[in-house]
Design a protein around this ligand. Structure first.
Ligand code: NAX
Length: 328
């Protein structure tokens, strides 16, 4: 039996946490022969609800679940962890401006970044899900002294999956037939699902779906607004699909990327594609299962470049809004 991997999850009593923890404990994230320890982090008022989630996890009697530690102490929560999944954050309430949310949640991620650096091993990898996830990731990374920037990620995989599903439905194929789909920029309504480089069964999407008006209009809008559409229909924000996005993101980072393909995740920009260095922006990534690289040479037409620039401009303004939370 392999040694267990330790996974810390913040916001563990929330709805994404509820859908995510069973997926991790059942082996969906790290495979059917990899035991896991779970460190479940919540704020004090949610510890009662977390206890309920812990009882359910125990009641599943998962063969791979080695240990569960519920805690509201960050040091305990991140102690010796291999993966920090930062899901918990404060939801946007009526009357709250985007910058208010950035400020409130930003403070959560300074503390968590520091606690990760102080308590996890230097190899810890962090995936930020709590919104605004790109900028929260930037804050956590900037406050985690000593942890390499390459080990911080923010989630845009749910958006990639949504985009693949929309293209597959339009073309009458299965979503697994869609490859090379990159979400560029911010996980927000400005994100750009790049259909110009995406492929269906190896053929360019634009050769399979010739309705360019649909691709440039309805397709992009549907992906950008999918979160809001789910809230409208369900009365609650996406949870199972978001949890699935977390599982897919981590799996894609720990297993080699299939030949010729790439995956979307927001990473610290190295300046590729003119995205300012240091911003946490989503782009096409390939990995051998341990180290990753930004895929170079993806051709971007004028339409794509304009869309990416708009999303990157939003990231620049978010970074400016939280400048006081980013140590020089
Ligand atoms: P919930 O409100 O159901 O759960 C959030 C949980 O976080 C709560 O249990 C709360 O007590 C906890 N929490 C708050 N502050 C905390 C802190 N400082 N430390 C630890 N825990 C804390 O939200 P849920 O639906 O689970 O969504 C969680 C986050 O994911 C939200 O920010 C949401 O916007 C974001 N999402 C991000 C997505 C992405 O693709 N990046 C998609 C889904 C989702 O919208």
């Amino acid at each position: 039996m392999k040694a267990p991997i330790t996974v810390s999850v913040t916001g563990a009593a929330g709805q994404i946490g509820y859908a995510l923890l069973t997926r991790i404990a059942s082996g969906s994230m790290f495979g059917p022969d990899q035991p896991v320890n779970l460190r479940l982090i919540e704020i004090e008022p949610a510890m009662g609800a977390l206890e309920g989630t812990v009882m359910e996890l125990k009641d599943c009697a998962f063969p791979l679940l080695n240990e569960i530690v519920p805690t509201c102490d960050l040091a305990e929560g991140f102690s010796g962890t291999d993966w920090a999944l930062l899901v918990g954050s404060v939801p946007r309430k009526a009357g709250m401006e985007r910058n208010d949310l950035l400020g409130i949640n930003g403070k959560i991620f300074t503390g968590q970044g520091q606690a990760i650096a102080a308590n996890a091993g230097s190899g810890v990898r962090t995936l930020v899900v709590g919104n605004p996830c790109n900028t929260n990731c930037l804050i956590a990374m900037s406050n985690a002294a000593g942890i390499p920037k390459e080990q911080f990620f923010a989630m845009t995989r749910l958006d990639e999956n949504r985009a693949k599903s929309q293209l597959a439905a339009k073309a009458g194929v299965h979503s697994s037939d869609v490859t090379n789909l990159c979400i560029w920029g911010n996980h927000s309504a400005t994100q750009y699902p790049d259909f110009t480089n995406a492929k269906i069964k190896g053929q360019l999407v634009t050769d399979v779906i010739t309705d360019r008006e649909w691709l440039e209009g309805e397709f992009i809008a549907t992906v950008q607004q999918r979160g809001a559409a789910i809230i409208k229909a369900r009365g609650a924000s996406s949870a199972a699909s978001a949890a699935n996005g977390v599982v897919d993101t981590v799996r894609s980072l720990v297993t080699p990327t299939p030949d010729g393909d790439w995956t979307s995740v927001a990473v610290c920009s190295d300046g590729s594609y003119g995205i300012p260095e240091g911003l946490t922006a989503s782009m096409p990534i390939r990995t051998d299962g341990s180290t990753w690289e930004v895929v170079q040479g993806v051709e971007l037409d004028e339409f794509s470049r304009a869309k990416i620039e708009a999303s990157v401009a939003e990231l620049v303004s978010e970074r400016a809004a939280v400048a006081d939370l980013i140590p020089a």
